[in-house]
Design a protein around this ligand. Structure first.
Ligand SMILES: Cc1cc2nc3c(=O)[nH]c(=O)nc-3n(C[C@H](O)[C@H](O)[C@H](O)COP(=O)(O)O)c2cc1C
Length: 238
């Protein structure tokens, strides 16, 4: 913006006066548009996926409360929705959402419609907590993970943090079913109106439990280009 200073010279400032009489920075990269895959983001601000534990514990359905919460953030370039579980075995934290039932799909549809009506974009984040899943959330059933090893973490319940338990190793059928659940739920995410899907594979969740030699006790099953087994990363459990 050009303006006259006190001695009458024209000066260029990085600010622009809006019609509301507010100075905003112009040419600020954060506020410039960005093409991300098939999505046109009006700015580069991304709301990180944030588990809120503010949902219904009996059916894991998102409600009008979450529709309002996400629509309030629609001016961000992108809002990544909170981690959403792909099947009952993957539930790890109390009052978190799922996307494996028709009711859960309809609940999320309310959210995506509200975000789109407010001009936003929202991808889903798919989640399976593996060994972190507390039996109390699933009628006492033992969680399934990469190996039968207690990761020594905590699970978050309504009553507070509880120590994790020893999970059972998966059968081939468990693995097939879980992979199929991820695939089916990504279809549900698209049917629910999400603008994309992100798979939660960081932190100590099921996928990282497979990738981490501290939680996956199987012999290495991958080989590098020369045919030697690849070393799995040995991440520190937090
Ligand atoms: C309350 C809370 C909930 C979170 N929930 C998720 C989640 O559902 N999925 C995820 O991938 N990360 C989750 N995270 C991690 C954040 O998205 C983010 O990556 C982390 O806070 C680091 O960001 P920062 O470096 O800006 O603090 C959560 C973090 C917090 C504090």
């Amino acid at each position: 913006m050009e303006s006259a200073n006190l001695i009458g010279r024209r000066v260029v400032t990085p600010y622009r006066l809006t019609h509301r009489g507010v100075y905003v920075m112009q040419n600020q990269p954060l506020f410039t548009p960005h093409r991300m895959g098939e999505l046109d983001l009006p700015n580069r601000i991304v709301t990180a996926p944030l588990t809120r534990m503010g949902g219904r514990s009996h059916d894991h359905i998102r409600t009008t409360l979450q529709a309002e919460y996400y629509a309030q953030r629609a001016s961000a370039g992108l809002i990544i929705a909170e981690a959403t579980t792909v099947n009952p075995e993957g539930l790890g934290w109390a009052d978190t959402p799922g996307l494996w039932t028709k009711g859960q799909l309809r609940g999320w549809r309310r959210v995506t419609d509200a975000v789109h009506a407010a001009g936003g974009r929202i991808p889903a984040q798919l989640w399976h907590t593996g060994a972190i899943s507390p039996p109390a959330l699933r009628e006492g059933a033992q969680p399934v993970a990469a190996s039968n090893l207690d990761p020594g973490q905590v699970s978050f319940m309504r009553t507070g943090a509880r120590p994790t338990v020893t999970p059972r190793s998966p059968t081939r059928q468990d693995i097939r079913v879980t992979v199929a659940d991820f695939a089916r739920v990504q279809g549900n995410a698209i049917d629910a109106g999400f603008d994309g899907v992100q798979i939660l594979a960081h932190d100590l969740n099921l996928i990282s439990q497979f990738l981490n030699a501290a939680t996956n006790l199987r012999p290495p099953s991958r080989w590098d280009a020369r045919g030697t087994p690849m070393k799995l990363p040995r991440w520190r459990c937090l």
